[in-house]
Design a protein around this ligand. Sequence first.
Ligand SMILES: Cc1ncc(C[n+]2csc(CCOP(=O)(O)OP(=O)(O)O)c2C)c(N)n1
Ligand code: SF4
Ligand SMILES: [Mg+2]
Length: 351
Amino acid sequence: MTYIIKPKFHHPKLPTNKLGYTHRDYEGTVSTLCAGCGHDSISGAIIQACFDMDLPPHRVAKMSGIGCSSKTPAYFLGQSHGFNSVHVRMPSVATGAGLANRDLIYLGVSGDGDSASIGLGQFAHCLRRGVNMVYIVENNGVYGLTKGQFSATADRGSTSKRGASNNDSAIDLVSMALMLGASFVARSFSGDKKQLVPLITAAIRHRGAAFIDVISPCIAFNNHPGSTKSFDYVREHNEAVNALEYMTPREEITVDYSPGTVETVRQHDGSILNLRKLEDDYDPTDRLAAMAFLQERQAEGEVVTGLLYVDPDATDLSERMNTVDAPLNTLGAAELCPGSKAIEAINVGLR
Ligand SMILES: Cc1ncc(C[n+]2csc(CCOP(=O)(O)OP(=O)(O)O)c2C)c(N)n1
Ligand code: SF4
Ligand SMILES: [Mg+2]
């Protein structure tokens, strides 16, 4: 049996959102991951964010590849669309789906093996093209599903469960995402729901490629002393640059902050990101400064988290390609076929 359906009943007084749904309506099947796996906490954060945002589940399309992380879309948003592709191909499937239908919210979930090892090319092109999606990597530094080999995000000198040392340099997906032109870049920790939920919410509202690297310890193969992706290591070295408060376009700013302690960013849909500064000089709209800051802190062994970069005026692939607003499957023959005169004019223009 590959999945277990959750019983439908729930407490009659569970809170509901504006659509009348409880958070149970945003759940999926029972998780078959190891008890305590960081990936399950990320599923919980996605459920929370979608419930809080009153998202109609049918407006979301979950995309994934292969890995323990890529299995997780089965465990949240059971009433949404979904495509579980082969290992690595999530970004290209999401790119195609996004071009065919601009109306859906694309939520891609991947692993560090899926995106940083064999999948690095797909990761890179998806972000540089600005596919309008949320791209989450559940980063544990190992191939969990295939029994814990080092992935390309494992730090040099970190050790496996049996003590073998990793001699290769690590790929830092956040630095790569910044370099590749992603317009929303964040890092978080599966054990910090308070930070992760608003980041997911803001990423869903962002137009363009929104990347979130979530350190998500694999308790079966990479949660020992010597691992830099263990719960203890991340808790001890977590350096948050800001604390994000997400506000919908309708909400009034009611909280009083001391001057200079909060940076306010307004996204294209009017949603407001209030970023309480935890690092005095950190500017999340300065891509180059963010890259330098990350390198400096990484050299000190720190895991920098928070909203690291955002371009609130970003455009996305569909806009740049000027694709049609309506989903392709709703177009009729008249819209799809311009007629022989129009085709002749195009051909003349190409001669
Ligand atoms: C083309 C291809 N190569 C290799 C595999 C074997 N494989 C399955 S999942 C996986 C890595 C999973 O690691 P990651 O993406 O980090 O996910 P995790 O299980 O750690 O969440 C590999 C190598 C495969 N399924 N397909
Ligand atoms: S093997 Fe690791 S990544 Fe996979 S479910 Fe277990 S703890 Fe999670
Ligand atoms: Mg992994």
